[in-house]
Design a protein around this ligand. Sequence first.
Ligand code: 3PG
Length: 210
Amino acid sequence: RTTELDSICLKAEVIPVLAIQRLEDAVPLATALVEGGLSVLEVTLRTDCALEAVRRIKAALPQASVGVGTVLTPAQYRQAEEVEADFVVTPGATAALYRHGVSSPVPMLPGVTTVSEVMSGWQHGYRRFKFFPAEASGGVKTLKAFAGPLPEARFCPTGGITLENAEDYLALKNVMCVGGTWLTPQSLVDAEDWHGIRQLAREAAERFHH
Ligand code: 3PG
């Protein structure tokens, strides 16, 4: 599990978070991000067409790793399995999700903000977590403090990450990657400005390349 998630995160230090409003935007948007250098994507289940969008993106861009985000229930987790998501991201975690994730073919990155939540995930066998909402939960300071009692846990902070603050997170040794919606501004998507999206992705990819 940990190895699978690590190999996905090794492909990119920055994971764009997509909330796809119009199904026809899915492939051109994902293509622009991948061409810009970001090949790990999270498609959130916040819109009705999300699952079909994942299907299409995976078919069009087999080189990309496509996760399903905003998974709140085991039923949604199963939907992510059906579309062969590469990983699942949850904003928080419940015992039901933890149990489901342990035996699922698709690895899960559970959302946490406290030491207790990490400890509870740890008991279920989880070692990699999403730290959400990162900025609102103390950001870099909190993650730095986590490294004392939880030296082996690794995090992907999301929620309030930007090109400007990403570097401070990525400098922490318990941060493996960061995620966010700043790479997919709705104004550019609405304008079908795929060139603009590609530029944003390229800027992030160049700045944070391993
Ligand atoms: C997520 O689900 O990861 C967050 O909504 C991303 O947060 P952001 O919009 O602040 O980047």
